[in-house]
Structures are given as structure tokens and as C-alpha cells.
Ligand binder design. Structure first.
Ligand code: HEC
Ligand code: HEC
Length: 224
């Protein structure tokens, strides 16, 4: 009886506590949803986290949560000074977020009525909500740091139209780049890597975001 009572206290009504379930509790306790959304729940000051566990590696999540400003100076994201245990649990919870909140529920925001038949508007929403913006910046202008990447930054994509055909762009977004080129070949692998988006986005969504990226290209000098 004693053993049973102790077990049920540790487990709660929904099964044994896992790092992921504890991490969900940390997310709620620190009110992350004040600034972030998962699915249709939360605010818009910070990026949509619905796909965060797909786009960001576990090691990046840990480094970011440890000290956001050490990675990105002037960020609005506070340093919550989490202990090692809660930080690991929170990262484990975030790592589970790979788009299900849109797929399982009412559908992705870019499938709502106002986006029908407007590929660029759809693509802009995929860029924002799937989180291209968290690495390539608003309007594809770049500016996000990446350790040991050439130039120390994730590349801007606003001029992709000058370097890629539409077909090449769709392929790059679909397949990703598993191993970005290192600035120092002997150094660590850059923590931000271009994901293979075909794992979580449909061909139609990838084409929409590719068309959005192509639409960003400012006219080149030769066009004047
Ligand atoms: C005051 C608003 C605010 C709060 C509260 C906040 N964040 Fe953030 N967060 C941001 C902003 C803004 C960014 C984007 C980074 C930038 O551009 O500075 C960000 C970025 C992130 C990122 C990395 C970028 C990505 O891919 O999405 C993660 C992960 C994250 N936040 C998780 C959390 C978690 C977990 C909490 C709660 C412990 C939290 N945030 C609380 C504002 C906030
Ligand atoms: C976790 C960060 C991250 C996210 C999120 C991300 N990318 Fe990337 N992306 C990169 C990195 C790093 C590279 C450079 C890869 C290399 O070394 O060639 C890259 C390269 C690219 C390139 C080629 C740029 C060039 O000049 O070679 C395009 C286009 C691109 N990304 C589009 C997107 C789109 C569209 C999305 C969203 C669907 C996206 N990326 C999401 C990190 C990211």
C-alpha cells in the first residue's frame, strides 16, 4: 500500500513524470507564453515555438536558455537563470515541439481562409511561423549569430533569387544543409544548421516559402 501511494504521488494522474512533462511545467511556471506561442496559445513578442524542436538542436536550446544575450546581444528574451535541472527539462520539452500543435489541431495559420489563393502571403506566414525568421531574420536580412560559421552569422536569404533558380531553392529548403561550412576547420560545428524542411512541411508549403524568399530579392545593380 505504501509503495502504491508513493508511486501515485510521483506519477500523478497522467503517468510518470518525464523530463518533457516537467519541462512543460517549467514553461508554464515562467509564463513563456507571455511572449511565445505554441499552436494558437500564446503571445507574439517572441517567435512562434510550434516548430522549435525541429529547427533548433538540443545543444542550441541549452545554450540559448542558459543565457540568451550571450548568443544574441540586445535580445528581448530575459535570462531566467534556471538551474541545470529545470533548464534540461525545459529543453527536453521544447525538443518535442515539431509542428503537431498545428497539424493535430485546427490546421496551420497559413491554411486559414484569408490565405487561400495568395501564395506570397502563405509563404510569408510559413517563413514566420515555421521559424525561418529565427535564423535568417525579418525580411531575410540575416543578422543572427552562428558559432564558427563563415562571417559568424547565419546567411541572409534576401538575395537568394540572384544565386538560385526556383527549383534549386525548393531543393535547398527541402533537403537542408546538414553540415554548414566551418570558418575554422579545426573548430566546433556551427550550432545553427539549415533543417531538411521536407520532414515537416508539405511540397506545397515549401514552394510557397520559396516564392516568398524569391520575392525578397532587391534588384541587382545590373538591372538598373
Ligand atoms: C519578454 C518576452 C519573452 C519571454 C518572456 C520569453 N522569450 Fe523566448 N524569445 C523572445 C524573443 C524576442 C526571442 C527572439 C530572439 C531575438 O530576436 O532576440 C526569443 C527566442 C527564444 C528562443 C530561440 C529562438 C527560436 O528558435 O524560437 C527560444 C527557444 C525561446 N525564446 C524560448 C523561451 C522560453 C522557454 C521562455 C520561458 C522560459 C521564453 N522564451 C520567454 C522573447 C521572450
Ligand atoms: C536553425 C537555423 C535555420 C533555420 C530555422 C532555417 N535556416 Fe536556412 N540556413 C541556415 C544555415 C546555417 C544556412 C547555411 C547553410 C550552408 O552552410 O550552406 C542556411 C541556408 C539557407 C538558404 C541558402 C542560402 C545561401 O545563400 O546559401 C536558404 C535559401 C534558406 N536557408 C532558406 C530557409 C527557409 C526558407 C527556412 C524556413 C523554411 C530556413 N532557411 C530555416 C539555417 C537555418
Amino acid at each position: 500500500m505504501l509503495v502504491l501511494a508513493a508511486l501515485s504521488a510521483a506519477c500523478g494522474p497522467s503517468g510518470p513524470a518525464t523530463p518533457e512533462s516537467r519541462g512543460r511545467g517549467v514553461y508554464a511556471a515562467y509564463d513563456c507564453k507571455r511572449c511565445h506561442r505554441v499552436g494558437y496559445d500564446g503571445g507574439d513578442t517572441g517567435p512562434d515555438l510550434t516548430f522549435v524542436g525541429f529547427r533548433k538542436s538540443a545543444e542550441f536550446l541549452d545554450a540559448w536558455l542558459r543565457d540568451p544575450a550571450a548568443w544574441q546581444p540586445n535580445t528581448l528574451m530575459p535570462n531566467f537563470r534556471l538551474g541545470d535541472g529545470p533548464r534540461a527539462d525545459l529543453a527536453a520539452y521544447l525538443a518535442t515541439l515539431k509542428g503537431e500543435a498545428y497539424r493535430a489541431g485546427p490546421g496551420a495559420p497559413w491554411d486559414s481562409f484569408g490565405f487561400k489563393g495568395n501564395a506570397l502571403k502563405r509563404g510569408a506566414a510559413v517563413y514566420a511561423r515555421a521559424g525561418c525568421v529565427t535564423c535568417h531574420g525579418a525580411g531575410g536580412k540575416g543578422g543572427y549569430r552562428n558559432n564558427n560559421a563563415i562571417g559568424g552569422l547565419v546567411p541572409a536569404v534576401e538575395k537568394a533569387a540572384q544565386g538560385f533558380s526556383r527549383e534549386e531553392l525548393v531543393k535547398r529548403i527541402s533537403d537542408g544543409v546538414a553540415h554548414p561550412v566551418k570558418a575554422d576547420p579545426a573548430g566546433a560545428e556551427p550550432m545553427l544548421r539549415m533543417p531538411a524542411w521536407k520532414e515537416v512541411l508539405s511540397p506545397d508549403e515549401i514552394e510557397a516559402v520559396a516564392d516568398y524568399v524569391l520575392s525578397l530579392a532587391p534588384p541587382s545593380k545590373e538591372d538598373w
